[in-house]
Design a protein around this ligand. Structure first.
Ligand SMILES: [Zn+2]
Ligand SMILES: [Zn+2]
Length: 387
């Protein structure tokens, strides 16, 4: 039986792979995606889609408006790479010191391919599709930057969808959760202030290294002693900076870390505990400490009804037996900001490839066979919603 959507997607596989390899070779960091943004804008222009650049600094919005009124669907794709020196040995590996080590080159490809296919089908659609190409996901800042430039007001949408390809899941599998997909992700900083002096005369000083050590140790009791045992929370301190010599007591110590949780209320509880512990431990030891959240995003939570709809669409593409819920993952993603404003789904697209490492690793890679699957889900979702 003829299936024009499947045919349109399948015909594009060579173009899809070419686009992905090209994007893979030119990764750019968050808010520096100027060449990537130009590439996206040029492709959208060529497909006859209205383009708005500079939405959230380096973000791009494409608007495909049909002649008939109807609902508006937003498709979101993140576009940034990571400061990782690629070691895949691929012939299209990045040479510029950055790497698409999370698969965002695949996300751009699927959204652009869907845009091109949908532009050809414009006459059959009722309503509009907004393609939101979001910068700076890896520093969970791009979604709010796009919001600051009016993304959710100028292109107020009824529904939003997006995908993260996932190389820990088999190719051909689509993960659609009715609730939480990813955790909240927050970068935090504690600045401890003491009083510096001679290492041999600690009584004349207030030692911020000793205070910082106590704060780090006590903060470990938040998850183990304060959260209910069945709730997920992570408090990790990734760096401590302070001091200049073995025999000098420093004035300040900076501790930075990351906090993860699956529920907004647990995230708030961890923050409140961190504030209480930092200030009280510091004052108990005669110093002061300031806790701050540097940047972050809430948990990624799907709308249950929209997720059921997405699962149905995905089943049309990969078969019902290959669509299921997946356990939430403790990574973060500022797709959360989209889902907090517009009911939607973030689905995981299986993309496992033998002999590669996981996301953010210098040997990360994914199975390009996931690209037509994701593209087809985007196109079918749009046709279904706008018909
Ligand atoms: Zn990532
Ligand atoms: Zn990612």
């Amino acid at each position: 039986m003829a299936d024009p959507i499947r045919d349109a997607v399948q015909q594009r596989i060579p173009a899809m792979n070419e686009m992905r390899t090209k994007l893979h070779a030119m990764p750019e960091l968050g808010f520096e995606e100027t060449t990537t943004a130009k590439y996206i804008a040029d492709k959208l222009h060529a497909a006859g889609i209205e383009v708005h650049t500079g939405i959230g600094k380096t973000g791009v919005v494409g608007v495909l408006q049909s002649a008939t009124p109807g609902p508006r669907l937003m498709i979101r794709a993140d576009i940034d790479g990571l400061p990782v020196i690629e070691q895949t040995g691929l012939e299209f590996a990045s040479q510029n010191g950055n790497m698409h080590a999370c698969g965002h080159d695949g996300h751009i490809t699927m959204a652009l391919q869907a845009a091109e296919i949908l532009s050809d089908m414009k006459a059959d659609l009722k309503g509009s599709v907004v393609f939101a190409f979001q910068p700076a996901e890896e520093i969970v800042s791009g979604a709010l930057a796009m919001e600051a430039d009016g993304l959710f007001e100028r292109w107020k949408s009824d529904r939003v969808i997006g995908t993260h390809l996932w190389n820990q899941l088999p190719t051909g599998f689509v993960g659609v959760n009715r609730g939480t997909v990813f955790a909240s992700a927050d970068a935090i900083r504690v600045e401890v202030t003491g009083k510096g002096g001679h290492g041999a005369m600690p009584h004349l000083t207030v030692d911020p290294v000793a205070i910082a050590a106590q704060i780090v140790a006590t903060a470990q009791t938040i998850v183990s002693r304060e959260l209910p045992p069945n709730e997920m929370g992570v408090v990790t301190f990734g760096q401590i900076h302070g001091g200049s010599a073995p025999n000098v007591i420093a004035d300040n110590v900076i501790v930075e870390g990351t906090v993860r949780a699956y529920k907004p209320e647990i995230r708030e509880q961890i923050f409140a505990s961190l504030k209480r512990i930092t200030s009280n431990v510091a004052s108990a030891m005669r110093g002061t400490a300031r806790f701050e959240q540097l940047y972050g995003a809430p948990p990624v939570v799907n709308d249950p009804d929209v997720a059921s709809w997405t699962a149905g669409i995905a089943a049309q593409v990969v078969g019902e037996e290959n669509v299921d819920e997946t356990p939430p993952v403790s990574v973060g993603d500022d797709m959360a900001e989209f889902l907090n404003r517009v009911p939607g789904t973030y689905f995981l697209l299986g993309a496992a490839k033998q002999g590669t490492e996981g996301h953010h690793n210098a040997r990360f890679d994914f199975d390009p066979a996931c690209l037509p699957t994701g593209t087809e889900i985007f196109v079918r979702s749009t046709v279904d919603y706008l018909s």
